[in-house]
Each structure stands twice: as C-alpha cells, then as structure tokens.
Design a protein around this ligand. Structure first.
Ligand code: SF4
Length: 320
C-alpha cells in the first residue's frame, strides 16, 4: 500500500478487511511502498514520512497483527531494489508499456510529468516486491490483476534463463464492493470525498448528511431507486440484509426519507468503525512504538528477502 496518508472506508472494504482475514490462513507480508510513492510524487516528498505513520496506525487499528504478519517499509529492505535492477535486465520494454495502468495514469495525472524511467518500471518494482518473498499468492483487486500477470510472465522468463528460483504467484482476487465517496465518485483522498477511518462519529455523520443520492428524489415524496444511489452502495458494504430490505421498498415508495436512510447507514458504519475508533487514539499517541513495529518487521523482511537474493545471485552466477 502506498503511503498516501490517513486511510478511508475504501481501503477498509477493498483491502484491510481481507488482509485481516488472510492472516488466519497465510504467512503474510504487508509492505508500505514508499518507493512507489516516488514514481508519481517525486517532486514533493515532504509528506511521505508522516504518511507512513498514518497508514501504519490505521493498519494496526484495523486489526493487522504484527505478531502474526510482517509489517514493513519497502525502502528498509534494499533487496527489493537489487531484484528490480536484475529483473530490468531481462524484461522487454513493451511488456511494461502495455500494462493498462501505464497509459491510464499518464492520462489521468496530466499535471505531472510521468514520462520517467521509474514510472514505466513501477510494475516491475511491484514484481520484485512480490517475488522477493517467493510469494505463492497476492491479494489484489481486479484493477491490479494485470500486474500479477506481468509478475508471472517475468517469473517464467527468469526461471527459464536461470533455473526454478521463483514460484508463479497466484492472484487472490478480492471482491471489492464499490465504495463511493460523498460526491458519488470513487472514494479517494484526491477527490476530497472520503470518510476516513479516523473520523469521529460526528464527522462521519456530518459527511454523510449532504452525500449525493438518487437525483430523482428531489423531495421527500419523490420515489427513488436504490440501484442508482451511491448511499445504497455504502449500505451494501456496511448494513445487514434487514436494513437493506427496509431501504429498498421505503425508497421506491417514498415511505422513508434520505436522511432516515443515511441515519441508519451511519449507525451500521459506526458499529463497524467502533473497534478502530477504540484502538486508534492509543496507537497515534505512541509513534515510537509504531516505528519499532515497522523496524522489527523490516528486519524480518530483510532476512527473508536476503535468502531469496542469495539464491538469485547463485542462479545468475554472480554470487562472489
Ligand atoms: S432513500 Fe436511501 S437509497 Fe433511496 S435515494 Fe435516498 S439515500 Fe438513496
């Protein structure tokens, strides 16, 4: 995960809930990819350090357990960079140019010059991030699946040249419920439409109150359609079936108002956020402990990554 600052509900439903569950069945490595932040935000790096802490505090509050999983910072494990360099020797440039996010992001982020070497190579750095742990599986949303496919191609090419060092990682496709922000677009810090995990109950309610709804419901007496309403998308992510069954006819027959609907949503959302709200302030007060967790995790990650690099150097006949 990139160090983008405090996390929001989209991160919770799209990644953290799943990551927390995976801890039960897998040996997990969760990495804050500060070098990846540089691929797009290289001109202003002033927020990265603070953002690393914010992300880690949210991870811990959301239930990632440093006793079970390895939580670490990418740049504290230089083996990622060494492997990236070695993989860059064998990866044809067109493989990177055809990754869908390459062109998409260049178009979307037109205020930045993304014609850099680092930006073209970031899916290959991701490949190194994955295979330096000889990972069997990578939990990703659908938009990231092409990156895992690239990883598998690079692994096949490497193993073909130098012998079977890496397993081909599987994609653990995560069902990511649509999590719209308060303006109906995808929830994102850059759109200023996000409900943050650290928002207090009154902030959550204040953000939900003016949230956009089905535009057909201008008045309380106008019937609406939950299927086109972003508030209902949030109900799908946070409310139990009974509440959704209350919303659907109530909205279509105009027997409930949008504020009633949002009020119920706020209740369920806050129930879900309660354990995070309980743990987060304590963690935020102890940044030194959070750094210690990241340092210890990075040490563990370095040991695993170095064992891989030893095998890589031997396979490539550059171990001296
Ligand atoms: S009642 Fe609920 S689902 Fe229907 S338009 Fe209003 S907020 Fe959306």
């Amino acid at each position: 995960m990139r160090p983008t600052g405090p996390l929001h509900l989209g991160h919770l439903t799209g990644a953290l809930d799943n990551w927390r569950r995976l801890q039960e069945d897998y040996e997990c490595f969760y990495c804050i990819v500060d070098w990846h932040a540089l691929t797009t935000d290289y001109a202003d790096t002033s927020a990265i350090r603070e953002n690393v802490i914010e992300v880690t505090v949210d991870w811990l509050a959301a239930g990632l357990d440093p006793g079970r999983s390895t939580l670490f910072i990418q740049s504290l494990v230089p083996q990622h960079a060494e492997l990236h360099l070695l993989l860059s020797m064998i990866t044809p440039v067109p493989w990177l140019e055809r990754v869908p996010s390459y062109k998409e992001q260049q178009q979307q982020l037109q205020n930045r010059d993304l014609s850099t070497y680092g930006f073209l190579g970031y899916p290959l750095l991701q490949t190194a991030d994955i295979i330096v742990y000889r990972a069997d599986a990578v939990p990703v949303g659908e938009d990231q699946a092409p990156h895992v496919e690239l990883t598998r191609e690079v692994v096949r090419r490497f193993n073909n040249f130098y012998g079977p060092v890496f397993p081909e990682p599987k994609t653990l496709l995560t069902e990511t419920p649509r999590t719209p922000g308060t303006d109906g677009r995808k929830m994102s810090k850059s759109y200023d439409n996000a409900i943050l995990l650290k928002d207090s109950p009154s902030e959550v309610k204040a953000k939900l109150r003016p949230m956009v709804t089905d535009p057909a419901r201008k008045r309380r007496t106008d019937p609406g359609e939950p299927d086109v309403c972003p508030v209902f998308d949030l109900h799908k992510a946070f409310s139990p079936p009974e509440t959704r069954e209350w919303v659907v006819p109530g909205c279509r027959q105009a027997t409930i108002g949008c504020l009633d609907c949002k009020g119920r949503l706020a209740e369920h959302m806050l129930e879900r956020l309660a354990p995070i709200h309980e743990r987060r302030p304590e963690l935020a007060k102890r940044p030194d402990t959070v750094w210690d967790i990241l340092q210890a995790g990075s040490q563990r990650a370095r040991e695993t990554a170095e064992a891989t690099m030893d095998a890589v150097r031997a396979a490539m006949k550059i171990r001296y």
